[in-house]
Design a protein around this ligand. Structure first.
Ligand SMILES: NC(=O)c1ccc[n+]([C@@H]2O[C@H](COP(=O)([O-])OP(=O)(O)OC[C@H]3O[C@@H](n4cnc5c(N)ncnc54)[C@H](OP(=O)(O)O)[C@@H]3O)[C@@H](O)[C@H]2O)c1
Length: 299
């Protein structure tokens, strides 16, 4: 049974004084709103941005204790450099993402959407794990999408060398987020780790995502959708804020908006598509991710 929740808002975030959060992609959209709300509630926030200028401009308007550090998830050297500089973290919010871009590659030559949204966060989580495990009540929050439901992992053509579709590559990357977070949950439990792994998705929220990645008709559709259908980022960020801060959140849970087929509303416990809960597929993806990133993730 999915338990009903009251209409949780950012005002319900408990005091986060003394807790350190790393939020990826924090210069824009959901990441910026997440950093803002966490800082308002006393957290120390490490805002990451691939462009430090954009990061500093975004952080300038925030209250509380925030600092900006450079992290490009599409470059594993940047991921390693960033992770090596983090001395303390209690919560990692794997938020950054790109959507429906034309075919492009990361610095190491992976298809950009899987490379940024999944592989970069896989390596980041692995490299930060020792620091997180030493933190207090550690959490890893991974931001997926309702579109994970349309995804599958094409292990025979992971980088879409044979055929590339911007929407299929995005759905694959967001499906990978779910497989990863649920496999992380299983491995944390098996290892008796204090850390938990939680998923969130923001429904349909007006951000730069719909216009910065897609081109042509997809971009036009994104602009119109943002005007007519999307919810405000204040609402969209609640799911990941809930996953990151609410007491009683359990490892392996997934939070998304309550209304209109999970496209808008206050956070509620949601279910991933069944195929994304398959442990064999998740184990295989984990092994492939270790191999592709060259980052072993042993717990
Ligand atoms: N908005 C929605 O309706 C929606 C729906 C489902 C899921 N999501 C998920 O929500 C998350 C946040 O997206 P958003 O809607 O807030 O979009 P956004 O406003 O475009 O923010 C995305 C953030 O990710 C950063 N980013 C992109 N590529 C990066 C890289 N290589 N390295 C580091 N950071 C990188 C962006 O940096 P730049 O500013 O430099 O580009 C930006 O800070 C994503 O994971 C997305 O898949 C969003």
């Amino acid at each position: 049974m999915l338990r009903p929740m009251t209409k949780w808002t950012a005002a319900d975030i408990p005091d986060q004084t003394g807790r350190t959060f790393v939020v990826t992609g924090a210069n824009s959209g959901l990441g910026l709103e997440t950093a803002r709300r966490l800082a308002e509630h006393g957290a120390q926030v490490i805002m990451t941005a691939r462009d430090p200028e954009k990061g500093r401009a975004a952080a300038a308007g925030l209250p509380g204790s925030v600092e900006v550090r450079t992290l490009d998830l599409a470059d594993l050297e940047s991921v390693a450099r960033f992770a090596a500089g983090v001395e303390r973290a209690d919560v990692l919010v794997n938020n950054a993402g790109v959507m429906m871009t034309p075919r492009r590659a990361t610095a190491q030559g992976f298809e950009l959407q899987l490379g940024t949204n999944h592989l970069g966060h896989f390596a980041l989580t692995a490299l930060l794990y020792p620091v997180l495990a030493a933190g207090s009540a550690p959490r890893v929050v991974t931001v997926s999408s309702g579109l994970h439901r349309r995804g599958r992992i094409d292990f025979d053509d992971l980088g879409a060398e044979r055929s590339y579709s911007p929407t299929r590559a995005y759905a694959q990357s967001k499906f990978a987020n779910v497989l990863f977070a649920l496999e992380l949950d299983r491995r944390l439990r098996a290892a008796g780790s204090p850390a938990i792994s939680v998923l969130a998705h923001p429904g349909y929220t007006a951000t730069n995502l719909q216009t910065s990645g897609p081109t042509g008709l997809l971009s036009l559709g994104g602009r119109i959708g943002n005007l007519l259908l999307a919810q405000h980022v204040r609402m969209g960020a609640l799911d990941q804020l809930y996953a990151a801060t609410a007491p009683g959140v359990q490892s392996g849970e997934f939070y998304g908006p309550a209304n209109l087929s999970e496209s808008r509303g206050h956070p509620k416990l949601v279910r991933p598509v069944r195929s994304a809960t398959d442990p064999d597929t998740a184990r295989r993806l984990w092994e492939v991710s270790e191999k592709l990133t060259g980052v072993p993730f042993a717990l």
